[in-house]
Design a protein around this ligand. Structure first.
Ligand code: ASP
Ligand code: MG
Length: 444
């Protein structure tokens, strides 16, 4: 009876964006702020009802009411501050999953009050199967039998976000912000026509408008650019949801849930930012699409390391074994058989990484010194246009030099250039770059 579908492989949806065929299958995801009170839940229900009454099949994935996940995890912390090795992650998932379960049931009730047939399912009831990595589980498969039957019967189906179930029947959660990933995974598994992520901002911006008030909303952004931006500070989407959308070609749109619920559906369907795939034609042809930045970074340098095979492994292997993520890495030219090795970590890991290197790695390597700077940041220009244009990175360096900002490290990929600079110049750098790449001008 139970049909378990693996997630489909690369089947691009051929629907043109903004045009939904009658009876399209649409996934809506509502974030915590959008679900923040009964009043707002009622608004969500009215918006969903508008879509359902227009003839679409709707699967809705809500987050917990805003603040709820923090509140629940805070209670756990009061009872038992986490100590390494004394994990109670299974119970944390059991606990945190209740936030989404409550908002899902409330939304189903609100929809019924609107006169729609609606049913909500917890992750295990669908089921959404995950691996066993509590607090950061990964979705493995989704069985769509039950959801499809309800849709066919004319119901709006609420699938609880952020959670799943492992092979042993334990409840798991997908990591903070994980209901984005739930929504995209459901859209992928069900081959939905579009996945709309309703949130408290009205789309993806050229940079954070709190730093640059002239920042502009992008009508479209490529999935690869979005991936770079999500991994570098843009908090609009959980990064894993973007990876998922790319892998399964889910058509994804980020839009505001704070427009009046009764605005015209066609207008709503065109609003926000559409995450496109490169082959799509309506890309805005800017060379640089956005400026991303991360503040909370730190730099560590191991000085005077004997330049022999295996040093990168000895340094970074030890860091990785301690579960510390490393970002930008540089190794200098060696002089007299000695070299310097620098890398960045998030600021929260800085003290731990320094201690580890000083106490365990330095003595073994025979390096001279470990020095660090916890006050750096990373600023990146992102754009798929960089693939086909030369001189973009050098323009970035020129702009920074004109502002007298010293670049400490550089790293590049095909579609981005990142620099590590002193934290105190971050805003200046972002503003200067935003202006120099004319991101405040509407795309031609
Ligand atoms: N409620 C969860 C969190 O706060 C998941 C989500 O909202 O996406 O991280
Ligand atoms: Mg979120």
């Amino acid at each position: 009876m139970n049909r378990r579908v693996s997630l489909p492989k690369h089947e691009s949806q051929c629907l043109t964006p903004q045009k939904f065929l009658p009876m399209s299958l649409i996934v809506h995801k509502y974030g915590g702020t959008s679900m923040g009170s009964t009043e707002r839940i009622r608004n969500v229900a009215k918006r969903v009802a508008k879509w359902a009454r227009a003839g679409h099949q709707l699967v809705v994935v809500p987050s917990a009411m805003s603040g709820e996940t923090n509140r629940l995890l805070g209670l756990a912390k009061e009872l038992a501050p986490a100590k390494p090795g004394e994990d109670y992650n299974r119970e944390l998932d059991m606990l945190a999953a209740t936030g989404e379960q409550a908002s899902s049931a409330l939304l189903a009730i609100a929809l019924q009050a609107e006169g729609l047939e609606s049913v909500s399912y917890a992750g295990w009831q669908v089921p959404i199967r995950t691996n066993m990595a509590y607090t950061k589980a990964r979705i493995e498969s989704i069985d769509d039998t039950r959801v499809r039957a309800d849709l066919t019967a004319g119901k709006v189906v609420i699938v609880t976000g952020f959670q799943g179930v492992d092979d042993q029947g334990n409840i798991t959660t997908l990591g903070r912000g994980g209901s984005d990933t739930s929504a995209v995974a459901v859209a992928a598994a069900m081959k939905a026509d579009e996945c709309l992520i309703y949130t408290d901002v009205d789309g993806v911006y050229t940079t954070d408008p709190r730093v640059v008030p002239e920042a502009r909303r992008l009508h479209t952004v490529s999935f690869e650019e979005m991936l770079e931006m999500a991994s570098m500070g843009s908090k609009v989407l959980q990064i894993r949801s973007v990876e998922f959308a790319g892998k399964y070609k889910v058509k994804l749109r980020v839009l505001s849930s704070f427009t009046p619920w009764d605005i015209d559906l066609t207008e709503e369907a065109k609003s926000g930012t559409l995450i496109t795939f490169e082959e799509d034609e309506q890309m805005e042809q800017a060379i640089v699409s956005g400026i991303a930045f991360t503040r909370d970074e730190a730099k560590i340098s191991v000085l005077g390391v004997p330049d022999t095979p295996g040093i990168a492994y000895q340094i970074l292997g030890a860091v990785a074994d301690a579960n510390i993520d490393v970002d930008v890495i540089i190794q200098n030219l060696s002089k007299d058989g000695l070299t310097d090795f620098s890398f960045t970590v998030t600021r929260g890991d800085y003290a731990r990484a320094m201690e580890l290197l000083k106490e365990q790695v330095l003595p073994k390597l025979g390096a001279q010194e470990v020095v660090g700077d916890p006050r750096i940041c990373k600023v990146s220009i992102v754009g798929i246009g960089m693939r086909s244009h030369v001189g973009v990175a050098s323009k970035m360096f020129r702009v920074l030099s004109e502002e007298r900002i010293n670049i400490q490290m550089i790293s590049t990929s095909e579609i981005k250039t990142s620099v590590v600079i002193d934290e105190k110049y971050m805003e200046l750098a972002v503003r200067a770059l935003h202006r120099a790449f004319e991101l405040d001008q509407p795309a031609a």
